[in-house]
Design a protein around this ligand. Structure first.
Ligand code: PMP
Length: 408
């Protein structure tokens, strides 16, 4: 008979051999003290740490207005939504949140999903059912959730070189003029921190009659006058047909959504299995996200403070000769170049300095480009930054990792 246990053990062993076996950092986020947290070590003892790798980019997951909204939603509406959106799960705060999100992105409608992952997977799969014969043009560094959705639909797809509009144009030009086409890309790429050329991509989409699908997961709340993302910053909200975002990063809660013309949202709502056949988000989540979005819209100074922290950290690393990678955004990747040192430095930062940053390895980034990815927030003060730069400087010497020339 089949040895089930052995199959699972082999699968885990394979991941270990490939150096991809992950150990979770067991953290307790302490209310109101982000980025401070308490970590439980394997022996059960506890340690205070400063978290430098959270995607709660602005600390909204700890913001009093969000926490209050979530608590009163629990008191008023209970814990769960009670069903799928079609069967008793359309709560008032979900409807209000969708209206708020639609107006934020200046679209006619928005549609909530369980997560950003599900939003990408479900929508991209559904688009291929809605438009048989759709040809998808996908950036080579698109997130796994987009790739999953694109593959699931089974349509013709072409991968263009990352942020390479010339290559994209070559592929678009080779496709039949009358076929439906979709360009799927991200605004801020989360591991390198580079930003796509939205205007250039939209111009190509117009020229070749393609739709545009933009993942603003690492940009929503962070860019643009009201925080609606890079499309708002660049003044091109109209040129993006479908915007996809998460509620789990700068918004600080959990969930995902798309925003688009009403007819597009209506079709996706009717065709996306990942939307139809699942319990909708709990009212506390949607109420918390609504409070967060309203706060973010009204507080551009948070975005300014966030950019300042990221810029300062980049400059301080560079001044210390720490090889900070070129990044146009709030993401601060530091190049290590091999998984062993990346893990060693991350472990020593944690154990010896109470600094938590997760190493980023293959397959998240290509082999040989292993790195540490720092995400400073407005809540990281100068003292925390001093401690981080000093610790990194020491560890770089201790581990004998390549430096870049110190800035003059
Ligand atoms: N898109 C991108 C670019 C992401 O980085 C992620 C998550 N890391 C997602 C989508 C999925 O979002 P969520 O975490 O809300 O599922």
């Amino acid at each position: 008979m089949f040895d089930y246990k052995a199959a699972f053990q082999t699968a885990v062993e394979q991941v270990r051999t490939e150096g991809r076996y992950r150990v979770f950092a067991d953290l307790k986020r302490v209310q109101g003290r982000f980025p401070l947290a308490t970590r439980r070590r394997e022996d059960g003892s506890e340690q205070d740490v400063v978290v430098w790798c959270s995607n709660d980019y602005l600390g909204m997951g700890q913001h009093p207005s969000v926490l209050e909204a979530m608590k009163s939603a629990v008191d008023e509406s209970g814990a769960g939504a009670g069903g799928t959106r079609n069967i008793s799960g359309t709560t008032r705060s979900a409807v209000d949140l969708e209206a708020e999100l639609a107006s934020w992105h200046r679209k006619e409608a928005a549609l909530l999903m369980t997560s950003g992952y599900v939003a990408n997977e479900a929508t991209l799969t559904a688009l291929q059912r809605i438009m048989p014969g759709l040809i998808i043009f996908s950036d080579s560094l698109n997130h796994a959730s987009m790739i999953a959705g694109i593959r699931n639909g089974g349509c013709e797809r072409h991968v263009f070189l990352h942020n390479d509009l010339q290559h994209l144009e070559t592929l678009l030009a080779a496709a039949p003029a009358d076929s439906p086409k979709l360009i799927a890309f991200e605004s801020v790429y989360s591991m390198d921190g580079d930003i796509a050329d939205l205007k250039g991509t939209i111009a190509l989409a117009k020229k070749y009659g393609a739709m545009t699908y933009l993942d603003e997961v690492h940009a929503v709340g962070l860019y643009g006058e009201t925080g609606a993302g890079v499309a708002e910053r660049d003044g091109v909200l109209d040129g993006i047909d479908i915007i996809e975002c998460t509620l789990g990063k700068a918004i600080g809660v959990m969930g995902g959504y798309i925003a688009a013309d009403a007819v597009i949202v209506d079709a996706v709502r009717s065709w996306a299995a990942g939307f139809i056949f699942t319990t909708s988000l709990p009212p506390a989540l949607t109420a918390g996200a609504l409070a967060s979005v309203r706060h973010l819209k009204a507080h551009p100074e948070l975005r300014a403070a966030h950019q300042e922290r990221a810029e300062t950290l980049k400059q301080r690393f560079a001044a210390a000769g720490i090889p900070v990678m070129p990044s146009e955004s709030h993401i601060v990747p530091v190049f290590v170049g091999d998984p062993v040192h990346a893990k060693m430095i991350s472990d020593m930062l944690l154990e010896d300095h109470g600094i938590y940053v997760q190493p980023i390895n293959y397959p998240t980034v290509p082999k040989g480009t292993e790195r540490l990815r720092f995400t400073p927030s407005p809540n990281h003060d100068d003292g925390m930054m001093d401690a981080l730069v000093t610790a990194m400087d020491r560890l770089w010497t201790h581990c004998n990792v390549a430096r870049m020339p110190r800035a003059a």
